[in-house]
Design a protein around this ligand. Structure first.
Ligand SMILES: [Zn+2]
Length: 266
């Protein structure tokens, strides 16, 4: 069985002491690829280093988290902290130089949960980053917390004819928004905590399996109480999707793997 965790933060401080073991457990659980997403310039460099250190297992996406782009990252996220606004053009140059080493651009998007004041600035940054991804012809991984509709509005305006593929990570929008994003051909990556989240169960039921991916968002969103999340647990998402779609686990894993290859290309 080939499993894939399309969204994880292996450069998080919580993995500092046991990363080799985390990777090993993932491999033993059948995980073939872990896509690690960067959120800011120092984080992007760490993600690239991890992809180099574990070349078969770990793949990189480089991104600019909406809050980090504003320089407003909260303390103690466990990821390198961004306290000044990101110079987007400089980071674009860096990403361009490394474009052959990455699968996509992410995570990027809008977050109205952590920031109530700079929504138009967030949107301006988001548009700039999407245009950069279009130029690079890379898929994008979208964070849309409390800004699901606004994200889709921007994506719909900026991307015509599926020139680049879009992955909605941990999408918490309502049914209408799920339908809208699905109709636009976007993919949804389902976190392993679907086992306890009714919302993701509904999402997995509504969306065609051809548009589903699986993730952990580790170390966050663990499916198990009192245990930090890790890529090996992505099997929980596959199992739950299989139950919902009334398919066997192997079939679902196979389809998700096909979807992964279609989106990220390798
Ligand atoms: Zn994330």
């Amino acid at each position: 069985m080939q499993l894939v965790d399309v969204h994880c933060h292996l450069n998080h401080a919580l993995y500092k002491d046991d990363l080799d073991a985390v990777i090993k457990r993932a491999k033993e659980a059948g995980v073939k690829v872990i896509v690690c997403s960067g959120v800011n310039p120092p984080g992007n460099r760490q993600v690239l280093e991890l992809a180099q250190k574990y070349p078969e297992m770990v793949k990189a996406c480089l991104g600019m988290y909406p809050i980090d782009a504003l320089g407003l990252a909260p303390d103690e996220t466990g990821l390198p902290r961004q306290t000044v606004p990101i110079n987007l053009d400089e980071e674009f140059e860096f990403i361009k130089k490394n474009k052959d080493k990455i699968l996509g651009i992410g995570e990027i998007g809008l977050d109205f949960h952590w920031d109530a004041e700079h929504h138009s600035q967030q949107e301006e940054n988001f548009r700039k980053i999407i245009r950069f991804a279009l130029e690079l012809k890379k898929p994008i991984v979208i964070h849309s917390r409390k800004a699901e509709k606004e994200c889709i509005d921007v994506l719909e305006q900026e991307i015509k004819n599926k020139e680049i593929l879009v992955v909605m990570h941990c999408f918490s929008g309502n049914k209408k928004l799920i339908q809208r994003a699905a109709a636009l051909g976007y993919y949804f990556s389902i976190p392993a905590n679907i086992v306890k989240m009714q919302h993701f169960q509904m999402l997995a039921e509504m969306v065609d399996i051809q548009q589903l991916l699986t993730e952990t968002d580790g170390p966050w969103l663990s499916p198990y109480a009192n245990q930090k999340n890790e890529s090996a647990f992505v099997i929980e998402a596959v199992k739950k999707i299989a139950e919902i779609k009334k398919l066997n686990v192997e079939e679902v894993a196979e389809q998700i793997w096909e979807n992964y290859k279609r989106v990220f290309g390798r």
